[in-house]
Design a protein around this ligand. Structure first.
Ligand code: BGC
Length: 280
């Protein structure tokens, strides 16, 4: 699609920048996914909240979205399973009418020293963190292309905001499966963005650093661990889930309409080689 007009109307930035849009967040029942689901709702979107275990927590998120005044759905699916992902998208689209924003966020760690890493540990991390993002992005793109533009809600045909990690660029000993999965997400995002830009689909990622969630509790829950962690964070505070959620809302909104294929690092500077603060 080539736009020859001088400029189109940009929706004004602000708290309701996603008004009228429909979103799906995988792994939306806890941690970063929960904050993203709530922030999208506060920005005006109706939200399908995916979970694989912990139905009560997912229902809590949906109840909170109801209180915000938006529509919420709770959908169980293992993002690594093609049939379950397709069924989830059918339900979300059936109930909400369509999807404008998809946030493949579900992710996990199965850490082990490399010589001890089992194939099962390797495979599960790749299946959830990388194949899960592929499956969700593919269903999202199919829906965007089927439905066509909705200029009344967004300039793009659709937005995919993958949740990656600083470990898409920072190697991570003892976590080779995880770093490999996130490195894969980086080029999934960029290649997909390149392929779909002419159709006006935007594909970006948020790459979080150390965020206070259950996945890395050991790294922040004691004063000693927190102090050690801060050696890796030039900004000298841990990230909160809302730091990530705000970035996702921006990438999903028309405020970032000219941003495509970008990894937005939200990491307090973790990717700035903190060892060089007083070395080198
Ligand atoms: C990991 C966390 C880790 C952070 C920074 C994230 O992607 O899931 O466990 O604390 O990266 O290393």
């Amino acid at each position: 699609m080539v736009e020859s007009v001088a400029s189109a109307d940009v929706r004004s930035p602000g708290p309701q920048s996603l008004a009228g849009q429909k979103a799906l967040v995988t792994g939306g029942s806890s941690g970063i996914g929960r904050a993203i689901a709530l922030a999208l709702a506060r920005a005006g979107a109706d939200v399908a909240v995916n979970y694989v275990s912990g139905e009560d927590a997912a229902r809590d998120v949906a109840a909170e979205i109801d209180r915000i005044g938006r529509r919420a759905l709770v959908l169980k699916a293992d993002v690594a399973d093609e049939g379950q992902v397709q069924a989830m998208f059918r339900s979300a689209i059936g109930e909400l009418g369509t999807l404008d924003i998809v946030v493949p966020n579900a992710g996990l760690q199965r850490d082990a020293p490399f010589a001890q890493m089992t194939l099962a540990q390797w495979q599960r991390v790749i299946d959830v963190n990388l194949t899960g993002q592929f499956l969700c992005a593919r269903e999202a793109v199919r829906e965007f292309l089927r439905r066509g533009p909705r200029p009344e809600v967004s300039r793009a045909l659709g937005k995919i905001v993958c949740i990656s990690s600083v470990h898409e660029v920072i190697p991570w000993a003892g976590h080779v499966n995880y770093a490999a999965s996130k490195g894969g997400v980086m080029l999934l995002v960029k290649s997909l963005a390149q392929e779909l830009a002419p159709k006006r689909v935007r594909v970006c990622s948020v790459a979080p650093g150390a965020i206070r969630t259950p996945i890395n509790e050991a790294a922040w829950s004691t004063p000693e661990a927190y102090e050690a962690l801060m050696k890796l964070v030039p900004y000298k505070r841990i990230g909160e889930t809302d730091d990530i959620a705000r970035a996702v809302v921006w990438l999903a909104s028309d405020d970032s309409d000219y941003v495509n294929g970008t990894s937005l690092f939200v990491d307090g500077g973790m990717t700035l080689y903190p060892g060089f603060e007083d070395g080198g």
